[in-house]
Design a binder for this molecule. Structure first.
Ligand code: ADP
Ligand code: MN
Ligand code: MN
Ligand code: MN
Length: 380
């Protein structure tokens, strides 16, 4: 199995330095989404005070200094001749790698003219979430991913062959059933430390494929927490010399793909008789299938088309369907929700590499703002 070169460095040597006592300063790791809409980038800076909240952080530097910039021409975000992009801190988490008092800082990216970068989908998401705040929209996302060795093959798979057929791996236990649990455990604990609302993990149907769930998160927090949990995943995998892929269909053939099921509810849906509000939302979603497919992966549906085949617990990308306990439908109403007549529903269409800001925004637009055309409405 090939792992990365830095993974082979002597980690005991590093510990010597990490154990040095830290002066009264804080290391901030600024994190942002690059021009691919999928990749994450990060860079660090030192702060002379200890921010407790994101507002704190924004006040700790002379205000314009809390913002930072980077070379957008190296992140697929701008041309070299006009390459400075701004980083605007939006959410702050404890740093599980450098530990307290250091922080991870998730940022918005603005262009030279201070307009949101093309792949900065947080901006409009926040606007839309603000409009429906009194309905208390909750989301929970199930992030599936596949561990790959440095050779690009799923981690632990034979170099010149395939593992046995799917069946024993989902929620499996045992060295012949699950590959890479060390990474899953490290990531889970690191997310809890950071303050990410991670609520569970499980091994998936394809060997070396795993899932973790984040939620319930209200409004814009869903995107913030999922993006930072992805950053932590890539960073943990880096330490182990393994790569986490969010490709929605890493292996063709009789192998499950990777999605990012999105669970959604409002205050009304969670209260007595909420099922009728769930049904109204599903009715609206049925009339806007194409729009949702377009925003459920970063390539306008071209990634998801490999996954949403109608097989391997997916619905067909061309059809909208819904049902209680139906894992072959676009939308599933969990059985307990059907029984209690209230709760939430699950949109099974988003791809593993979706932008959670885009997915949660689309759900709110269709279900709560009652948009129906193919194009999103522009709100001032
Ligand atoms: P599945 O049975 O589809 O595998 P999981 O247990 O993996 O379900 O994930 C369920 C997700 O639903 C979690 O992310 C959880 O936070 C979320 N969730 C639970 N209740 C609600 C709710 N009322 N509104 C929105 N999301 C919810
Ligand atoms: Mn799940
Ligand atoms: Mn799953
Ligand atoms: Mn699910």
């Amino acid at each position: 199995m090939s792992t990365s070169v830095s993974c082979k460095l002597n980690k005991d040597v590093k510990h010597h330095y990490m154990d040095l006592c830290q002066p009264d300063q804080v290391q901030l790791m600024y994190v942002w989404i690059d021009g691919s809409g999928e990749g994450l980038r990060c860079k660090s800076r030192t702060l002379d005070s200890h921010p407790k909240t994101i507002q704190d952080l924004r006040c700790s530097f002379a205000s314009e200094l809390a913002e930072w910039n980077f070379d957008g021409s190296s992140t697929y975000q701008s041309e070299g001749s006009n390459s400075d992009m701004y980083l605007i801190p939006r959410a702050m988490f404890r740093d599980p790698f450098r530990r307290d008092p250091n922080k991870l800082v998730l940022c918005d990216v603005l262009k030279y003219n201070r307009k949101p970068a093309e792949t900065n989908l947080r901006h409009t998401c926040e606007k839309v979430m603000d409009m429906v705040r009194d309905q208390q929209p909750w989301f929970g996302m199930e992030q599936e991913y596949t561990l790959l060795g440095m050779d690009g093959r799923p981690f632990g798979w034979p170099a010149n062959g395939f593992p046995g057929a799917q069946g024993p791996y989902y929620c499996g236990v045992g060295a012949d059933k699950v590959y890479g649990r060390d990474i899953v455990e490290a990531h889970y604990r690191a997310c809890l430390y950071a303050g990410v609302k991670i609520c569970g993990t499980n091994a998936e149907v394809m060997p070396s494929q795993w899932e973790f769930q984040v939620g319930p998160c209200e409004g814009i927090a869903m995107g913030d927490h999922l993006w930072i949990s992805r950053f932590i995943l890539h960073r943990v995998c880096e330490d182990f010399g393994v790569v986490a892929s969010l490709d929605p269909k890493p292996m063709t053939g009789n192998w499950n793909g990777a999605g990012c099921h999105t669970n959604f509810s409002t205050k009304d849906m969670r209260e007595e008789g909420g099922l009728k509000h769930i049904e109204t939302s599903i009715e609206r979603l049925s009339k806007r299938h194409k729009y949702h497919i377009r925003v459920y992966d970063p390539k306008g549906g071209l990634d998801n088309i490999r996954r949403l085949t109608g097989h391997h617990e997916t619905s067909s990308i061309n059809d909208f369907s819904a049902g209680v306990a139906n894992r072959g439908a676009s939308i599933r109403i969990p059985r307990p929700v059907g029984q209690e007549q209230k709760g939430y529903f699950e949109d099974r269409r988003p791809a593993a590499n979706c932008d959670p800001y885009a997915v949660t925004e689309a759900l709110v637009r269709t279900c709560l703002l009652k948009e129906d055309g193919e194009e999103p409405v522009e709100y001032k």
